[in-house]
Design a protein. Structure first.
Length: 273
């Protein structure tokens, strides 16, 4: 484990030197503050928990920003080192490829978690400053933090897998941007178009719930949606069969990092520096 900790320390130093830490903090902090201040306007008249409104807004931000940060942190990890010649040096040390990958993953997850924590802390602080600390529920905030880490971990693994399959960092950067667009934008547009064309038929009742849960970004959305919104989807999720329920998005979100890291490890084993 000491070798893993050494890799974690090295990767944290590299992330700080490359300004990934600062960039992640600025992105999460800036957008979280803006959404918190702008999204809290109707809470006074509607009588809704202002922190819940803020968390709902931050969920929309996180589903776009967390995967992007995860992919940007990881796309250069293997292909970039192979280009610079540092990967060959790393592999000469008495450390396995699995330990190298695990060290990179833990370091990048720490960077991502720190950025998310700062953004959510700003959200909580601004909400308390505007409305006071009384009658605020912090459970949605903690749930959003935990699920954001799981979502980021999934896309970190995807980024490592891409980085191990290509030979150039520039190629990896283009592929991860395409993956981000597909997962967080085009995937939902495709599902929406299929729903409209199906008009409540077989696809809507049987295939759609599975496809919705299969995407980690959509699973993240389902977990962090307000209970009222989730209840409107419950019948559609249950229509796919008795094995699908409201716990299924959580299972999907937790399985994605494991599967992505395993595939990245398999791809990394075949890399020749």
């Amino acid at each position: 484990m000491m070798s893993v900790f050494a890799i974690v320390r090295l990767e944290l130093l590299i992330a700080r030197r490359n300004m990934w830490v600062a960039t992640s903090l600025i992105l999460m902090g800036l957008f979280s503050s803006v959404l918190t201040l702008a999204g809290g306007a109707p809470t006074g008249t509607l009588g809704v928990d202002p922190l819940l409104v803020a968390v709902t807004s931050i969920t929309t931000l996180s589903v776009y920003l967390v995967p992007l940060i995860g992919l940007l942190l990881s796309f250069d990890s293997i292909a970039g080192e192979a280009e610079r010649g540092t990967l060959a040096l790393s592999l000469t040390y008495p450390v396995s490829r699995g330990e190298i990958l695990l060290g990179k993953f833990l370091a990048h997850l720490m960077v991502l978690g720190f950025a998310v924590a700062v953004g959510l802390a700003l959200t909580a602080g601004l909400t308390i400053w505007k409305y006071g600390a009384a009658d605020l529920s912090y459970l949605p905030l903690l749930k959003l933090f935990a699920t954001s880490l799981a979502l980021g971990a999934a896309f970190l693994g995807i980024g490592y897998c891409v980085s191990a399959l290509v030979r150039q960092a520039s190629t990896a950067s283009g592929i991860v941007i395409i993956i981000w667009l597909v997962c967080v934008v085009l995937y939902d547009l495709g599902l929406l178009g299929a729903l409209v064309a199906d008009s409540g038929g077989y696809f809507t009742k049987t295939v759609f719930p599975w496809l919705l849960i299969a995407n980690p970004a959509d699973a993240f959305r389902l977990i962090n949606m307000p209970a009222e919104t989730v209840s409107t989807l419950a019948s559609g999720l249950g229509a796919a069969g008795p094995t699908i329920g409201l716990a299924s998005p959580l299972v999907s979100l937790l399985l994605w990092p494991v599967m992505a890291l395993f595939l990245a490890w398999l791809a990394f084993r075949r890399v020749e520096p």
